[in-house]
Each structure stands twice: as structure tokens, then as C-alpha cells.
Ligand binder design. Structure first.
Ligand code: F0G
Length: 350
């Protein structure tokens, strides 16, 4: 399949993939970089704030960037099936790109801990969905074992082609701003994305001298192995996408944060939900995990550890709110129910 849109069309020359790779596309990438002046004011003002809204990808998360490349490589080498462990978004993206290529997809998810829209997406795209009585980390251990015994391609971010795809988000930010931002804040779960962003920024900088951002990686307090310095056996957070206790690319993530003169921090669930609400007040609905970057930025600014003045800061919102409607509905007030008369509607108009 030749591609006229998407990552291979736009950044194909930058992707280090084997010659057998067979490009495909759902026109992923090209997501908006949205100015957030009012939100910057809320955080104290005096700086330029942007949201890179990755929820605008075809399956509603940044995972499409990684999966399009990982599936293209697997497809080109003749694989007939792909497998991943997932908190949900990887599953949806793997299922969609496998469908596009005509491959089977098996997704292994932690039972009861995957947001509704993600589960529905994986099923809609025709994946075989297996629930594990355990965590994401258990699911990842299982799929690693499975690919040693069975001819099925692993498409978690241990797969290097995932990072090749995901690094293109850094290219897009630099292409939009004309240079790298001063800070990039983003959620960290299995730690592939922060690793990929750093690859993207450093590769562009090496070729074009576009500068390097400082990275602020943000974990949820109940699932913060990179902040604690040890695995978390039973991670827990409202941000189910990053409910991960043993990140596969943890070492690289810490190294990326260090090399960038940034850091990885943890924020409580309440701060994540508050940041989700702030974004919604700007017209952006993101899933809870996606708001962690903003929550972390706000915490660092308020604590006086990050001086934003005069800076350009990009917050990555990794996935769309539509993926996790329960996160909103669980907290929604009881809705009024009225007979169909104007009189009954009237009290609700002010
Ligand atoms: N934000 C969202 C919405 C995610 O789905 C994930 C990871 C992350 C952030 C963290 O990215 O793992 O590269 O550090 N979701 C994975 C999944 C684990 O299975 O969908 P990371």
C-alpha cells in the first residue's frame, strides 16, 4: 500500500526501519498544537503554553504513531498476527492497524481496568481481547513469554519500531514552533513515549539545530515506580492508562529526563482530575492520564521549582476523553428529568 498521508508519507525518511517494512496509513499524526493563553494565565502567566492534542489521531491516542510503524514492519516481514499487552490505547491502535493490514490482533488487558471506549474500540476493530486477572505488568510478562513460543509479532513499546513512529510527534512540534519548546510535559506509564520524544528532539537537533526541550515526565502517585525508584506491585490510579508498576522503558525514560535537565515527578489523582477539568473548560476533553502532564506542570510552577516566565511550554495530551466516558459520568451530578413542557424547562434556563 503506498501512502499519501500519515507518518510514512510525511516523515518516512526519518524512520529507521528495515527494508521489508510495508508502509500503511490511517492518516495518523498531523495533530493540532493548540495555543492555551487562558490556561497559561491560570498558571501565573508570562509564558506561551500549547497543548499537543494527540487525541486527534485515528483511534484517539498517540499510540497510532507507534503502531502504524510496528505493524508495517511486522506485515512486511510476513507476520500474520500481532500481540500486545495494554491498558487500552495500545490495544485499540494495534487492533486498528492490524485490521488495516489484514493481520490478526490479540490484545491482553488487565481485567476491569480498561476504559470503556478502549475496550469497545479493540472489539470493533476485530481484535481477540483477552482479560488477565492481574495488572498491565502481568499482561506484559505474559505476552513476552508468548512471543518466545508462538509465531506472533510483539507490538508493545519494547518493539523499537514503536519508538520510531512515536518520535514523529517531536518532529511535528518543532516543525510547528520553528524550534523545540523550552519544556515538554507529558504523562509516563510504560515509559516508551517520553523515550521516543527525546529520540525525536535529539535527532532533529542533530540534523537541523532546532534545540532541545527539558522533559517533565509525570506519573500518578499510586503508580510512580520511576519516582520511587522501585517497582510498584499493585499500582492504582484513576488514570488507568498509566496504571503501571514496572515500566518496560523505565531506565531510558530516567536517562532521557536526566539528559534533558528535566525530571520525572508524581501527582495525586485529584490533581490529574483537576487538570482534566481545566482542559475541558478550554474545550478540550482528554482522558485522565492525558491530563497528568498539565497537572505536573502546574504542581512544579506552584512549588516554585519551574519558572515558566518567557518560556514556550508544550503539554502533551495523549488521548481523547471519549475513550473514558466513565471518568466523567461517575462524577456527574444527577441530571434533571422533566415533562416536555416549557414550564418545566424554565427553572433550568438560568
Ligand atoms: N497516556 C495515555 C493516554 C496512554 O494510553 C499511555 C500508555 C500513556 C499516556 C503513557 O505512555 O506508556 O509510553 O509511557 N498507554 C499504554 C497502553 C500503556 O497500553 O495503551 P507510555
Amino acid at each position: 500500500m503506498s501512502t499519501t498521508c500519515g507518518l510514512f508519507a510525511r516523515y518516512g525518511a526519518w524512520l529507521r526501519v528495515p527494508a521489508h517494512t510495508r508502509p500503511l496509513s490511517l492518516c495518523e499524526g498531523g495533530t493540532p498544537l493548540i495555543p492555551m493563553p487562558r490556561l497559561a494565565q491560570r498558571l501565573g502567566g508570562g509564558f506561551d503554553l500549547y497543548v499537543k492534542f494527540e487525541g486527534m489521531n485515528p483511534t484517539g491516542s498517540f499510540k497510532d504513531r507507534g503502531l502504524v510503524v510496528a505493524v508495517a514492519e511486522a506485515w512486511g516481514r510476513g507476520a500474520s498476527a500481532v500481540i500486545c499487552a495494554s491498558t487500552g490505547n495500545t490495544a485499540a491502535a494495534a487492533a486498528a492497524y492490524a485490521a488495516r493490514a489484514g493481520l490478526r490482533a490479540v490484545v491482553v488487558i488487565p481485567q476491569g481496568k480498561v476504559a470503556l471506549g478502549k475496550l469497545a474500540a479493540a472489539l470493533a476493530y476485530g481484535a481477540r481481547v483477552v482479560q488477565v486477572q492481574g495488572s498491565f505488568d502481568d499482561a506484559l510478562r505474559l505476552v513476552r513469554q508468548a512471543v518466545e513460543r508462538f509465531p506472533i509479532a510483539l507490538v508493545n513499546s519494547i518493539n523499537p519500531y514503536r519508538l520510531e513512529g512515536q518520535k514523529t510527534a517531536a518532529f511535528e512540534i518543532v516543525d510547528a514552533l520553528g524550534r523545540a519548546p523550552d519544556w515538554l510535559a507529558l504523562p509516563v506509564g510504560n515509559a516508551g513515549n517520553i523515550t521516543a520524544y527525546w529520540m525525536g528532539f535529539t535527532e532533529y537537533h542533530a540534523q537541523k539545530g532546532t534545540g532541545l526541550p527539558r522533559l517533565l515526565g509525570v506519573q500518578a502517585q499510586g503508580a510512580a515506580p520511576l519516582v520511587l525508584g522501585r517497582p510498584v506491585p499493585r499500582p492504582e490510579t484513576v488514570a488507568t492508562a498509566i496504571r503501571i508498576g514496572r515500566p518496560a522503558r523505565g531506565e531510558e525514560a530516567l536517562e532521557a529526563a536526566r539528559a534533558s535537565r528535566g525530571r520525572i515527578i508524581a501527582v495525586p489523582d485529584e490533581a490529574i482530575l483537576e487538570a482534566q477539568h481545566w482542559l475541558a473548560q478550554e474545550g478540550l476533553w482528554v482522558e485522565p492520564a492525558s491530563a497528568a502532564g498539565l497537572a505536573g506542570l502546574a504542581a512544579e510552577i506552584h512549588a516554585g521549582r519551574l519558572d515558566p516566565r518567557g518560556k514556550t511550554i508544550v503539554v502533551v495530551c495523549t488521548g481523547h476523553g471519549l475513550k473514558d466516558p466513565d471518568a466523567i459520568l461517575h462524577r456527574a451530578p444527577r441530571l434533571p428529568s422533566i415533562p416536555p413542557t416549557l414550564q418545566a424547562l424554565e427553572p433550568h434556563l438560568t
